[in-house]
Design a protein around this ligand. Structure first.
Ligand SMILES: CC(C)(COP(=O)(O)OP(=O)(O)OC[C@H]1O[C@@H](n2cnc3c(N)ncnc32)[C@H](O)[C@@H]1OP(=O)(O)O)[C@@H](O)C(=O)NCCC(=O)NCCS
Length: 190
Protein backbone atom coordinates (compact mmCIF):
# COMPACT_ATOMS: atom_id res chain seq x y z
CA UNK A 1 0.00 0.00 0.00
CA UNK A 2 1.33 3.43 -0.91
CA UNK A 3 2.03 6.00 1.79
CA UNK A 4 -0.91 8.37 1.98
CA UNK A 5 -0.78 12.06 2.73
CA UNK A 6 -3.86 11.83 4.88
CA UNK A 7 -5.37 9.67 7.53
CA UNK A 8 -4.99 6.15 6.11
CA UNK A 9 -7.29 4.66 8.70
CA UNK A 10 -10.39 6.40 7.37
CA UNK A 11 -12.97 3.65 7.03
CA UNK A 12 -14.64 5.17 3.98
CA UNK A 13 -11.79 5.50 1.47
CA UNK A 14 -11.03 4.45 -1.18
CA UNK A 15 -14.65 4.58 -2.30
CA UNK A 16 -15.77 3.21 -5.64
CA UNK A 17 -17.84 5.87 -7.41
CA UNK A 18 -18.47 3.76 -10.46
CA UNK A 19 -16.73 0.67 -11.87
CA UNK A 20 -13.05 1.49 -12.37
CA UNK A 21 -13.22 4.93 -10.71
CA UNK A 22 -12.55 5.54 -7.03
CA UNK A 23 -12.18 8.45 -4.65
CA UNK A 24 -9.00 8.15 -2.62
CA UNK A 25 -6.49 10.13 -0.59
CA UNK A 26 -3.71 11.79 -2.51
CA UNK A 27 -0.63 9.64 -1.94
CA UNK A 28 3.04 10.53 -1.63
CA UNK A 29 3.52 8.37 -4.76
CA UNK A 30 1.15 10.48 -6.85
CA UNK A 31 3.53 13.29 -7.87
CA UNK A 32 3.87 12.21 -11.47
CA UNK A 33 0.21 11.32 -12.07
CA UNK A 34 -1.02 14.47 -10.30
CA UNK A 35 1.37 16.54 -12.42
CA UNK A 36 0.06 14.81 -15.54
CA UNK A 37 -3.49 15.58 -14.39
CA UNK A 38 -2.70 19.29 -13.91
CA UNK A 39 -0.87 19.45 -17.25
CA UNK A 40 -3.77 17.86 -19.12
CA UNK A 41 -6.42 20.28 -17.80
CA UNK A 42 -7.72 22.53 -20.57
CA UNK A 43 -7.00 26.24 -20.47
CA UNK A 44 -10.63 26.81 -19.51
CA UNK A 45 -10.54 24.34 -16.61
CA UNK A 46 -7.29 25.92 -15.40
CA UNK A 47 -8.91 29.35 -15.52
CA UNK A 48 -11.81 28.03 -13.46
CA UNK A 49 -9.78 26.05 -10.93
CA UNK A 50 -6.87 28.03 -9.57
CA UNK A 51 -6.22 27.28 -5.90
CA UNK A 52 -2.47 26.96 -6.52
CA UNK A 53 -0.09 26.47 -9.49
CA UNK A 54 -1.22 23.60 -11.73
CA UNK A 55 2.22 22.31 -12.66
CA UNK A 56 4.30 19.16 -12.32
CA UNK A 57 6.60 21.05 -9.92
CA UNK A 58 3.71 21.98 -7.64
CA UNK A 59 2.33 18.44 -7.77
CA UNK A 60 5.75 17.16 -6.65
CA UNK A 61 5.80 19.67 -3.81
CA UNK A 62 2.28 18.75 -2.70
CA UNK A 63 3.15 15.07 -2.65
CA UNK A 64 6.46 15.60 -0.85
CA UNK A 65 5.07 17.90 1.83
CA UNK A 66 2.83 16.35 4.38
CA UNK A 67 0.27 18.74 5.81
CA UNK A 68 -2.22 16.55 7.64
CA UNK A 69 -4.62 19.46 8.17
CA UNK A 70 -5.40 19.91 4.48
CA UNK A 71 -7.31 16.98 3.01
CA UNK A 72 -6.37 16.35 -0.61
CA UNK A 73 -8.26 13.66 -2.46
CA UNK A 74 -8.13 12.32 -5.98
CA UNK A 75 -10.28 10.37 -8.38
CA UNK A 76 -8.40 7.37 -9.70
CA UNK A 77 -9.07 5.50 -12.92
CA UNK A 78 -6.48 2.75 -12.78
CA UNK A 79 -3.12 4.51 -12.42
CA UNK A 80 -4.44 7.75 -13.82
CA UNK A 81 -5.71 10.67 -11.73
CA UNK A 82 -8.90 12.14 -13.21
CA UNK A 83 -10.04 14.41 -10.38
CA UNK A 84 -8.59 16.39 -7.49
CA UNK A 85 -10.38 17.88 -4.47
CA UNK A 86 -9.14 20.11 -1.66
CA UNK A 87 -10.75 20.38 1.77
CA UNK A 88 -8.89 22.96 3.86
CA UNK A 89 -9.84 23.74 7.46
CA UNK A 90 -7.98 27.07 7.41
CA UNK A 91 -10.15 29.94 6.22
CA UNK A 92 -8.13 32.51 4.29
CA UNK A 93 -8.31 36.24 4.93
CA UNK A 94 -10.14 36.87 1.64
CA UNK A 95 -13.05 34.57 2.51
CA UNK A 96 -13.06 35.79 6.12
CA UNK A 97 -13.35 39.39 4.95
CA UNK A 98 -15.99 38.82 2.28
CA UNK A 99 -18.25 36.73 4.53
CA UNK A 100 -17.74 39.11 7.48
CA UNK A 101 -19.10 41.90 5.29
CA UNK A 102 -22.31 39.84 5.08
CA UNK A 103 -22.35 39.33 8.84
CA UNK A 104 -21.13 35.73 8.60
CA UNK A 105 -18.18 34.99 10.87
CA UNK A 106 -16.28 32.08 9.40
CA UNK A 107 -14.08 30.10 11.74
CA UNK A 108 -11.09 27.97 10.81
CA UNK A 109 -11.64 24.35 11.79
CA UNK A 110 -15.42 24.71 11.58
CA UNK A 111 -15.81 26.28 8.15
CA UNK A 112 -13.73 24.45 5.58
CA UNK A 113 -12.60 25.77 2.22
CA UNK A 114 -13.49 23.49 -0.68
CA UNK A 115 -12.11 23.34 -4.23
CA UNK A 116 -13.11 20.59 -6.68
CA UNK A 117 -11.85 19.67 -10.14
CA UNK A 118 -12.50 16.86 -12.60
CA UNK A 119 -10.52 16.08 -15.79
CA UNK A 120 -12.04 17.59 -18.93
CA UNK A 121 -12.47 14.08 -20.35
CA UNK A 122 -14.63 13.12 -17.37
CA UNK A 123 -16.58 16.30 -16.61
CA UNK A 124 -20.37 16.30 -16.69
CA UNK A 125 -20.59 12.56 -15.99
CA UNK A 126 -21.77 12.90 -12.41
CA UNK A 127 -18.39 12.13 -10.81
CA UNK A 128 -18.13 15.20 -8.59
CA UNK A 129 -21.76 14.66 -7.54
CA UNK A 130 -20.94 11.07 -6.59
CA UNK A 131 -17.84 12.18 -4.69
CA UNK A 132 -19.72 14.84 -2.75
CA UNK A 133 -21.38 12.65 -0.06
CA UNK A 134 -17.98 11.14 0.78
CA UNK A 135 -16.32 14.57 0.96
CA UNK A 136 -19.12 15.86 3.16
CA UNK A 137 -18.81 12.84 5.45
CA UNK A 138 -15.06 13.39 5.80
CA UNK A 139 -15.49 17.06 6.58
CA UNK A 140 -18.26 16.30 9.09
CA UNK A 141 -16.12 13.65 10.78
CA UNK A 142 -13.40 16.27 11.17
CA UNK A 143 -15.77 18.75 12.78
CA UNK A 144 -16.82 20.96 9.86
CA UNK A 145 -20.10 22.86 10.13
CA UNK A 146 -19.88 24.22 6.57
CA UNK A 147 -18.01 24.05 3.29
CA UNK A 148 -17.10 27.38 1.71
CA UNK A 149 -15.95 27.68 -1.90
CA UNK A 150 -12.27 28.59 -2.03
CA UNK A 151 -12.26 31.83 -3.99
CA UNK A 152 -15.95 31.47 -4.84
CA UNK A 153 -16.94 30.47 -8.36
CA UNK A 154 -16.92 32.51 -11.54
CA UNK A 155 -20.36 33.74 -12.54
CA UNK A 156 -19.87 32.30 -16.03
CA UNK A 157 -19.07 28.80 -14.71
CA UNK A 158 -22.57 27.42 -15.31
CA UNK A 159 -21.63 23.78 -14.79
CA UNK A 160 -19.92 24.43 -11.48
CA UNK A 161 -22.81 26.57 -10.24
CA UNK A 162 -25.29 23.82 -11.23
CA UNK A 163 -23.16 21.24 -9.45
CA UNK A 164 -22.86 23.35 -6.29
CA UNK A 165 -26.56 24.18 -6.14
CA UNK A 166 -27.48 20.55 -6.74
CA UNK A 167 -25.16 19.66 -3.83
CA UNK A 168 -26.91 22.14 -1.53
CA UNK A 169 -24.55 25.13 -1.67
CA UNK A 170 -26.20 28.53 -1.33
CA UNK A 171 -25.06 31.81 -2.82
CA UNK A 172 -23.61 34.23 -0.26
CA UNK A 173 -22.80 37.43 -2.09
CA UNK A 174 -19.66 37.62 -4.15
CA UNK A 175 -17.01 39.88 -5.59
CA UNK A 176 -16.01 41.50 -8.85
CA UNK A 177 -12.84 40.74 -10.80
CA UNK A 178 -13.00 40.82 -14.61
CA UNK A 179 -16.37 39.16 -13.95
CA UNK A 180 -18.72 38.53 -11.04
CA UNK A 181 -17.74 35.67 -8.72
CA UNK A 182 -20.31 34.01 -6.47
CA UNK A 183 -19.37 33.08 -2.95
CA UNK A 184 -21.20 29.86 -2.05
CA UNK A 185 -21.50 27.89 1.16
CA UNK A 186 -22.92 24.52 2.14
CA UNK A 187 -24.22 24.34 5.73
CA UNK A 188 -23.56 20.94 7.31
CA UNK A 189 -24.85 21.67 10.76
CA UNK A 190 -25.55 24.44 13.30
C1 LIG B 1 -17.15 21.93 -11.71
C2 LIG B 1 -16.77 20.45 -11.69
C3 LIG B 1 -15.88 20.16 -10.51
C4 LIG B 1 -18.04 19.61 -11.60
O1 LIG B 1 -17.70 18.25 -11.66
P1 LIG B 1 -18.51 17.27 -12.65
O2 LIG B 1 -18.12 15.89 -12.32
O3 LIG B 1 -18.28 17.75 -14.03
O4 LIG B 1 -20.02 17.60 -12.18
P2 LIG B 1 -21.30 16.66 -12.27
O5 LIG B 1 -21.27 15.95 -13.58
O6 LIG B 1 -21.39 15.86 -11.04
O7 LIG B 1 -22.46 17.75 -12.23
C5 LIG B 1 -22.55 18.76 -13.20
C6 LIG B 1 -23.98 19.25 -13.29
O8 LIG B 1 -23.99 20.47 -14.04
C7 LIG B 1 -24.97 20.39 -15.06
N1 LIG B 1 -24.50 21.26 -16.14
C8 LIG B 1 -23.47 21.03 -16.99
N2 LIG B 1 -23.32 22.08 -17.81
C9 LIG B 1 -24.25 22.97 -17.46
C10 LIG B 1 -24.60 24.26 -17.96
N3 LIG B 1 -23.93 24.83 -18.96
N4 LIG B 1 -25.64 24.91 -17.36
C11 LIG B 1 -26.32 24.37 -16.33
N5 LIG B 1 -26.03 23.13 -15.83
C12 LIG B 1 -25.01 22.46 -16.39
C13 LIG B 1 -25.00 18.93 -15.42
O9 LIG B 1 -26.21 18.61 -16.10
C14 LIG B 1 -24.89 18.29 -14.06
O10 LIG B 1 -26.13 18.30 -13.37
P3 LIG B 1 -27.07 16.96 -13.38
O11 LIG B 1 -26.24 15.86 -12.77
O12 LIG B 1 -28.23 17.36 -12.53
O13 LIG B 1 -27.39 16.68 -14.79
C15 LIG B 1 -16.02 20.03 -13.00
O14 LIG B 1 -16.89 20.22 -14.11
C16 LIG B 1 -14.73 20.80 -13.23
O15 LIG B 1 -13.69 20.39 -12.76
N6 LIG B 1 -14.76 21.91 -13.99
C17 LIG B 1 -13.53 22.67 -14.29
C18 LIG B 1 -12.88 23.24 -13.04
C19 LIG B 1 -13.87 24.00 -12.19
O16 LIG B 1 -14.72 24.72 -12.70
N7 LIG B 1 -13.76 23.83 -10.86
C20 LIG B 1 -14.61 24.54 -9.91
C21 LIG B 1 -14.07 25.89 -9.68
S1 LIG B 1 -15.13 26.86 -8.62
Amino acid sequence: MSPTLQNPSSPSLPATLRPGISLDWLSANDASSLGDYFAALSAESKRRFQPHPLTHAWAAELCATRNPAVRRLVLRAGRQIIGYFILDPTVGVDELTRYAALGVLLESGRDWLFAPSVADTHQNQGLASKAMPHLIALARQAGARSLVLMGGTQGTNARAIAFYEKSGFERCGGYQTDQWNHDMRLRLGP
